[in-house]
Design a protein. Structure first.
Length: 99
């Protein structure tokens, strides 16, 4: 599980950097979406770790930082998608498509 936590944590800045290196707001937004998914994955692994191992009792600050980072990435993603003018792409995954 420690390896999964490390990989998920490393994936967040790596995807942000890769997307930021693109000239396209849509490509950047896609990589931000991947980073957001990695933040959810990291949060899940941390919660599971605390449930499985009693020694990891105080990770509340790490979880809160992960959640705050995820919210910031989501807002940046919405901003990047807004540059393209395609409102349909701003929806969260799983939201119904209006039509």
């Amino acid at each position: 599980m420690a390896g999964q936590i490390r990989r998920a944590a490393a994936s967040i800045p790596a995807n942000i950097a890769e997307g930021a290196g693109s000239d396209s707001p849509l490509v950047f937004a896609r990589h931000l979406g991947i980073a957001i998914g990695s933040a959810f994955e990291l949060e899940t692994h941390l919660v599971l770790a605390t449930q499985l191992v009693d020694r990891l009792t105080d990770i509340s600050s790490i979880l809160e930082e992960t959640r705050a980072l995820r919210r910031m990435m989501y807002r940046l993603r919405v901003y990047q998608l807004g540059k393209d003018g395609d409102n349909e792409l701003r929806k969260r995954p799983g939201e119904p498509v209006e039509g």
